[in-house]
Design a protein around this ligand. Structure first.
Ligand SMILES: [Zn+2]
Length: 647
């Protein structure tokens, strides 16, 4: 809150500082700032004496222009602007390094590819994490400490750079050597990437990739940080009365109260404190965003507890009441921004009535199902490779999720006359146009009957994951594909052999689990239905109906519970999968296990959601690229690459 300190100093202190500046004993020297920052003039000055006529209280270095504190430039506007320029140059180098890393395929090929296999396989999975959690989140520190007034242009440039790097990682852009990433224009990227980018900025649980555009969150970050600083600065004195450790911040907040009605985007009124103006503007923008995102809830008399509008009611919409902001203010304020981004995106889908637009919208609606994003949040940290996603696994899955241009080597090559049919199963490839697109050819591979083997391999991988999961949750007598389960079933009746059988430790009920994958996701009406999975589960129930009746007459098996666990090939879960998962996780004591599950704050449930997501994602990629692998002479490396965990 440097600007607070600067803008809010009282006149007496100000004259002290002015005196100090005039009392410069030596000529200013240039001092390299912290963090390799731009140079600030620095001078040695004597502090004023504690009593008139006494000795100086000490000698200190004064940064005349400013300095960098924990990565955030603090000082005059000109100094901050110069610092931001340097920051963006460093950001550009970082982005280029990440892109280069994601492409390490070529470097490895030259030395036979043997040594760096693991690096190649994980390069895109890791690069996307570097981009999101290192390169992209850096911006948030700046936005928390600086008002839009000084940081807006830099934040936008930051986001444009991240966008270009993302396009390059996903092979939708050849990053030019000259210029910065932020300079790349839309015409240099594939139109498919440009179309999908507003989807990619959405959270992974809303059909996105979680590459947040930070400039959109500038106001939430600034107000959130001010609230946190203000609230945490309160300490009780000897009589138990709370007061702030940052009196300058009080000045800023009170002054911001006077400026609250200044419309967003209006220049700073002459004489207004910079810090107060920045806070008032950010506050007004947050109020407007929340009202726009939740018009009905914001217009009511009372807030619903925990709702995204609750902070408006708790503070009465007045920045002077910043102390009343609920905890984790930035997160709460950001909810409106995320919602507005989603609404804008969906509105843009509805506006596009073209054939390609309709296809894109349907695809988005399927990808917006819960859990389809789980595989993209997995970190490949487990030494046994359980969370590894190979380079082409990630690229194929992202291609299908965002309808990007697939890389040629994953699409089966076809003769000119076979353009509309599958060369293997001879079926017509569904399309509303004359000739199916590359992507439609890829999508067909998921349902091509010639890929039945891939379906089987995926099913078995998922079955294994569920097996270990229920064991870890404490299920007893766990058996895999038991022959004993339905001994009386005949060929005519339909003999059933479930994937997993186990017994609930608390209720003693036998669970009978059958795992199945819908290779074609259907979007019926609304998000949240996972229609294809629901249909499969219904089929399974009908198939098991007779067998369950036979089994239930046996002693101890009266209360058998049947779970048809249906998943869709994009990772969406059916209702039974959700229910079984919640029941199992409930049995585990809720705890975070840093060593067991992740490097930070990983929970048992989150870990298993990722394990399941990765198993489905690998299966989809394997299936999609199977045809390209079999017919191609250059495919041997690709084959190992696509299914490195299954051989
Ligand atoms: Zn086919």
């Amino acid at each position: 809150m440097q600007e607070g300190t600067d803008g809010g100093r009282d006149p007496d202190r100000s004259s002290d500082i002015d005196q100090l500046s005039r009392a410069v004993p030596t000529a200013p020297t240039l001092l390299e700032g912290l963090d390799g920052a731009a140079a600030s003039r620095a001078v040695k000055v004597d502090l004023p004496p504690a009593v008139d006529g006494g000795e100086s209280a000490g000698r200190v270095t004064q940064a005349v222009d400013g300095f960098v504190n924990l990565g955030v430039p603090i000082g005059t506007d000109a100094y901050v602007a110069a610092e931001l320029k340097q920051y963006l140059a460093g950001h550009d180098r970082r982005l280029r390094a990440i892109v280069e890393y994601s492409r390490c395929e070529t470097a490895a090929a030259s030395d036979g590819g043997a040594k760096k296999q693991r690096g190649i396989r994980l390069s895109v999975q890791l690069a996307l994490h570097f981009l999101r959690f290192s390169a992209n989140s850096r911006d948030v520190h700046l936005l928390r400490s600086k008002g839009r007034r000084v940081v807006q242009a830099a934040a936008e440039q930051h986001d444009r750079g991240v966008r270009a790097a993302l396009a390059a990682i996903l092979c939708q852009l050849e990053l030019p050597k000259a210029g910065t990433c932020a300079d790349v224009s839309d015409s240099q990227m594939t139109p498919e990437f440009v179309r999908a980018y507003p989807q990619m900025v959405l959270p992974t649980y809303q059909g996105g990739l979680g590459v947040r555009r930070w400039s959109a969150h500038a106001d939430a970050a600034y107000v959130g940080q001010a609230a946190l600083s203000w609230q945490s600065s309160m300490v009780p004195d000897a009589e138990g009365i709370e007061d702030t450790l940052f009196p300058a911040l009080r000045t800023i907040i009170q002054a911001a109260g006077f400026l609250r009605v200044v419309p967003v985007g209006t220049p700073r009124p002459a004489g207004a404190l910079r810090g107060a103006y920045d806070l008032a503007q950010a506050w007004a923008a947050c109020v407007a965003a929340t009202r726009l995102a939740y018009p009905r809830a914001a217009g009511q008399r009372q807030s619903m507890p925990g709702h995204a509008t609750a902070w408006l009611f708790e503070t009465h919409g007045a920045v002077e009441n910043l102390i009343l902001m609920p905890a984790r203010a930035q997160k709460r304020l950001s909810r409106a921004v995320v919602r507005l981004e989603l609404t804008d995106f969906v509105a843009s889908l509805d506006r596009d009535g073209s054939l390609a637009g309709l296809e894109f919208k349907q695809n988005y609606m399927r990808e917006a199902e819960a859990h389809t994003g789980d595989q993209f949040t997995a970190f490949p940290w487990m030494p046994d490779g359980q969370l590894h996603m190979g380079r082409s696994d990630v690229l194929i899955n992202l291609c299908l999720r965002f309808m990007l241009v697939p890389q040629q080597d994953v699409v089966p090559r076809v003769k000119l006359r076979a353009l509309t049919t599958c060369a293997r199963c001879k079926h017509q490839i569904p399309t509303a146009e004359a000739v199916p697109s590359l992507l439609q050819r890829l999508q067909h591979q998921l349902v091509c009957p010639k890929n039945a083997n891939c379906w089987k391999v995926t099913h078995n991988a998922l079955e294994q994951v569920v097996l270990v999961f229920v064991e870890e949750c404490g299920m007893m007598d766990v058996g895999l594909e038991p022959r004993w389960w339905d001994p009386d079933g005949t060929k005519e009746d339909g003999h059933c052999r479930p994937d997993i059988v186990c017994r609930h430790p608390e209720t003693g009920v036998w669970w009978v689990i059958d795992v199945t994958v819908a290779w074609k996701a259907i979007w019926r009406s609304a998000v949240g239905t996972a229609s294809a999975a629901a249909a499969l589960a219904t089929d399974k129930r009908a198939k098991y109906d007779e067998a369950l009746r036979r089994v239930r007459v046996r002693p101890g098996q009266r209360t058998v519970k049947f779970w048809p666990l249906a998943l869709e090939c994009n990772g969406a879960w059916g209702a039974d999968m959700e229910e079984l998962f919640d029941e199992c996780v409930r049995m585990r004591p809720r705890r975070r296990g840093a060593e067991l599950y992740h490097w930070s704050a990983m929970e048992f449930g989150k870990h298993w959601r990722q394990r399941i997501g990765v198993a489905v994602g690998r299966g989809r990629a394997m299936c999609a690229s199977a045809a390209a692998r079999t017919g191609s002479s250059t495919s041997s490396a690709g084959a190992a690459e696509s299914s490195p965990y299954l051989v």
